[in-house]
Ligand binder design. Structure first.
Ligand code: C2O
Ligand code: CU
Length: 664
C-alpha cells in the first residue's frame, strides 16, 4: 500500500477513534450503560489500531508521523488509560447490576480522551509537520480546558438533579473552596500555556536555512540586477530578436470558440521562439494593458539570474506602459517554454505563455541523418475553461506525415495539473525530458506517460505507413493525428487501461558529473496543508515545513556546492516541484534509487505520500524561486521559497510578486 493511502487510512481511523470516544462519553451521560461500554471498547480498539497506522507512517518517514507520535498519541493514550480505569471498571460493575454506571472521573476522563483524539486530528489538519512547542502547548491547554469545563458541567447538572452517584457524598465547605481554588489555578495555568503557545506560533521563522553548510560569508555582494546575459551570440550564431507586447485579446479557436485571453502579441500560445545553439535571444517585453503587470520567465532554461523574470526578486514587475528586455545566449538545446511569473496562477491560465525550442548547431541529430523527411512539432498542451488546447488548436487536429519521416513531438504541459499522454500507433522513444536528452532510451509502446505541470517530453519515432495518434488524458475525441497522405485515419482503442511508464527505470544509467552522496548542503521540504501566513495574511495554505511564502526561510547555498533536496509530500494533492535556474538530478523516489537514464529535470511530480531525493550543483549564482508548479498552490497558497546564493542581493524588494506599486 502506498504511503498516500496510509495517510488517508490514518485520517479515517483518527476520525473513527474520535467518534467512538465521544460516543462513549455521550452514552455515559445518558446512562446508556451497554452502549457506553460498547463504545468504550470500540474506542480502545480503534485507538490501538491508530497506534498501528501511526507506526506504519513513521516507518515510511518520520515526517509523516511526527506530531501524531509525539503529541496526539501520548495525549490520547494518557486520557484513554485514565478513562479505562475510571469509567471502564464502573461500567463493568454496573452491567452486573450494581451502581449507575457514571462517575465524575469516568465521564470527564472519557470526554478528555475524546477531546485529545479530536485535538490530534485538528492539529494534523491545521498544523502538521514540524510539531512546534507552540502547537503542543495550545493543544494540551485546549484538551485540559475541555476536561475542566466538562467537570464543571457534569458537577453542576449532578448537583441540580441531586444525582447521588455523580455528585457522590455531599462535600463540606472546605472541600468546595479547595475545589474552586484548584479549578481557578489550573484554569490560569492553561490560559497562560495557550497564550504562550500562540505567541510562540507567531514568532517569525529564521530567515535562512543553511542545510548544514556554512552561513553567509563576508564576500562582496553582487546584485541580481548585474547578473545579466551575454549581449552577443557565440561565433557563427545570429541574434533572434522579438518584441512581445502583452495585451488582452479575444482569441478564436479552430472550433469557433472564443476565449478572452491575456496574450503575448495577441496570440495564444505566444509567438514561438526558436534558436540554434549559440544564438543570442533578445526579447523586448512590453505591457499594453495587463493591469496586474507581468514578466517573462524562461521555464527550465538556465539563464543568468537577472533574466529569470521573477518579479520583486530579479526585476520589477512590468506594468502597463513599461517594458523589460531579456537577453541571453541559447546555450541549452531542447524544448522549453516561457510564461509570466507574476500572479501566474491567473496570467498563465489566461494565456501568457509560449514555447522556446533550441536546435543543435551541427545540423541534424545523429539518429535523423538518413531520414527522408523531418517532422518536428512543438505541442504545448493548455486547458482553457476545461477544453484542452494543443498548440493553439482545440478539438482533434490532423497533420500529414510521410511514411519513413523522422518525427519529433515536443509535448509541453503548460497547465497546473499533470497530463496523461499516450502515443498510439507506433513504438517510440522518449528522447528528452525537460529539454535534456536521455541516455539510451529504448522503444516503448502501449504505455501512458505522465507529464507533470511545466514538464516536457520529446517523443521520437519513424513514421509508419499507418496513422499515429497523440491522445491526451485518454480523450479520443481530441488530440493530434499524424496521417500519411492518403492513408486511412487512425483507429485508436481505449487508452485508459494502459500502464504508466516509470521514467526512473527507463533508459540506461550513466555516471553523474558529481557524487550526490557528498552533498555540501541538504534541505528537506515537507509539503502539506495548514494554517500559515501567506503574504502577511493567515490562510489555509499550501505549506513548506509548516510555513507559507514569504515566511519560508531562504535556502542558502554557495557557488560550487553540491546541494541535495529531500521533498516529502504529506498532503493529499500532487505537487510538481520546480527549481529555477538549475536542472536537478533525480536520485530516488520513496527510497528506491533511479536505475534508468540519469534524469535531469526542472519539474518532478511529488505525489501524495511520496518522498523524493534530488541533487544539483550550484553553478548559477542568483536568487532563485523554488516552488510548486501547480501555480495556484504557489501564488495563492504560499508554496514558494527562495534559493539564495551567498553574496547575491536584490534591489527589487526581495519578496516575490510584491514589487513596488503592486499587491496581490
Ligand atoms: Cu514555470 Cu517559477 O516557473
Ligand atoms: Cu503544489
Amino acid at each position: 500500500m502506498t504511503t498516500g493511502l496510509w495517510i488517508i487510512l490514518d485520517h479515517v481511523v483518527a476520525l473513527l477513534c474520535t467518534t467512538a470516544w465521544f460516543g462513549s462519553g455521550v452514552a455515559l451521560t445518558l446512562r446508556r450503560t451497554r452502549l457506553a461500554l460498547a463504545c468504550l471498547v470500540a474506542a480502545v480498539l480503534v485507538t490501538l489500531v491508530r497506534v498501528g497506522t501511526v507506526a506504519i507512517l513513521a516507518g515510511r518517514g518520520w515526517w509523516f508521523a511526527q506530531e501524531k507520535a509525539l503529541l496526539e498519541l501520548p495525549l490520547l493514550g494518557a486520557a484513554g488509560a485514565a478513562a479505562v480505569v475510571l469509567a471502564g471498571r464502573k461500567l463493568l460493575t454496573t452491567r452486573r447490576g450494581q451502581g449507575s454506571g457514571a462517575s465524575l472521573g469516568g465521564v470527564v476522563s472519557v470526554f478528555t480522551a475524546a477531546y485529545a483524539a479530536l485535538a490530534g486530528l485538528v492539529a494534523t489538519f491545521l498544523v502538521g509537520y514540524p510539531l512546534t512547542v507552540g502547537t503542543a502547548l495550545i493543544t494540551i491547554s485546549l484538551v485540559c480546558a475541555g476536561a475542566l469545563l466538562t467537570a464543571r458541567v457534569v458537577t453542576s447538572t449532578a448537583d441540580n438533579t441531586a444525582d447521588v452517584d455523580i455528585a457522590q457524598i455531599p462535600e463540606d465547605r472546605g472541600a468546595i473552596s479547595r475545589r474552586r481554588f484548584l479549578a481557578w489555578t489550573s484554569g490560569a495555568v492553561m490560559v497562560t500555556a495557550a497564550g504562550a503557545g500562540t505567541g510562540l506560533s507567531f514568532l517569525p521563522a529564521e530567515s535562512v536555512t543553511r542545510g548544514g553548510g556554512p552561513g553567509r560569508s563576508s564576500r562582496t555582494a553582487v546584485s541580481v540586477a548585474d547578473l545579466r546575459g551575454a549581449d552577443s551570440p557565440a561565433p557563427g550564431g545570429t541574434v533572434r530578436r522579438h518584441i512581445l507586447t502583452a495585451k488582452k485579446a479575444t482569441v478564436r479557436l479552430p472550433s469557433g470558440r472564443e476565449i478572452d485571453a491575456w496574450t503575448y502579441d495577441g496570440e495564444v500560445p505566444g509567438p514561438a521562439i526558436t534558436a540554434t545553439k549559440g544564438d543570442l535571444i533578445e526579447v523586448r517585453l512590453r505591457n499594453a494593458d495587463i493591469e496586474d503587470g507581468l514578466t517573462l520567465h524562461w521555464h527550465g532554461y538556465d539563464v543568468p539570474c537577472g533574466e529569470d523574470g521573477a518579479p520583486g526578486v530579479t526585476q520589477p514587475v512590468v506594468t502597463p506602459g513599461a517594458e523589460f528586455v531579456y537577453r541571453f545566449r541559447a546555450d541549452q538545446v531542447g524544448t522549453y517554454w516561457y510564461h509570466t511569473h507574476h500572479a501566474s496562477h491567473i496570467g498563465v491560465r489566461k494565456g501568457l505563455y509560449g514555447t522556446l525550442v533550441v536546435q543543435p548547431r551541427d545540423g541534424q541529430r545523429a539518429d535523423e541523418q538518413s531520414a527522408p523527411q523531418q517532422v518536428d512539432l512543438t505541442l504545448p498542451v493548455h486547458t482553457f475553461d476545461g477544453t484542452v488546447v494543443i498548440a493553439g488548436r482545440d478539438g482533434q487536429t490532423e497533420q500529414p506525415a510521410s511514411p519513413g519521416a523522422s518525427v519529433r513531438l515536443r509535448l509541453i504541459n503548460t497547465d497546473s495539473d499533470p497530463h496523461r499522454i499516450v502515443l498510439a500507433g507506433t513504438p517510440f522513444r522518449i528522447s528528452a525530458v525537460d529539454g535534456r536528452d536521455l541516455n539510451q532510451p529504448g522503444d516503448v509502446s502501449d504505455i501512458g506517460l505522465r507529464l507533470p505541470a511545466g514538464g516536457r517530453f520529446d517523443l521520437v519515432f519513424v513514421m509508419p505507413d499507418t496513422a499515429v495518434a497523440v491522445v491526451v488524458d485518454d480523450d479520443l475525441t481530441g488530440g493530434l493525428r499524424l496521417r500519411p497522405p492518403g492513408g486511412a485515419s487512425a483507429r485508436i482503442g481505449d487508452t485508459s487501461a494502459l500502464p504508466e511508464l516509470d521514467l526512473l527505470r527507463y533508459g540506461a544509467p550513466a555516471a553523474a558529473p558529481f557524487d550526490p552522496r557528498k552533498a555540501d548542503r541538504h534541505f528537506t521540504m515537507v509539503l502539506d496543508r495548514g494554517v500559515a501566513m501567506v503574504d502577511g495574511r493567515p490562510a489555509y495554505a499550501h505549506t513548506v515545513n509548516g510555513r507559507g511564502h514569504p515566511s519560508i526561510p531562504d535556502q542558502l547555498v554557495a557557488e560550487g556546492d553540491i546541494v541535495r533536496f529531500t521533498v516529502v509530500n504529506r498532503s493529499l494533492e500532487t505537487h510538481p516541484w520546480h527549481l529555477h535556474g538549475h536542472p536537478v538530478l533525480l536520485l530516488s523516489r520513496d527510497g528506491t534509487p533511479s536505475t534508468g537514464s540519469p534524469l535531469w529535470v526542472d519539474t518532478f511530480d511529488v505525489r501524495p505520500g511520496e518522498t523524493w531525493e534530488v541533487a544539483f550543483r550550484a553553478t548559477n549564482p542568483g536568487i532563485w524561486m523554488n516552488h510548486c508548479h501547480n501555480l495556484p498552490h504557489a501564488h495563492q497558497g504560499g508554496m514558494m521559497l527562495r534559493l539564495c546564493y551567498d553574496g547575491v542581493t536584490t534591489p527589487f524588494g526581495g519578496s516575490h510578486g510584491r514589487s513596488p506599486g503592486h499587491g496581490h
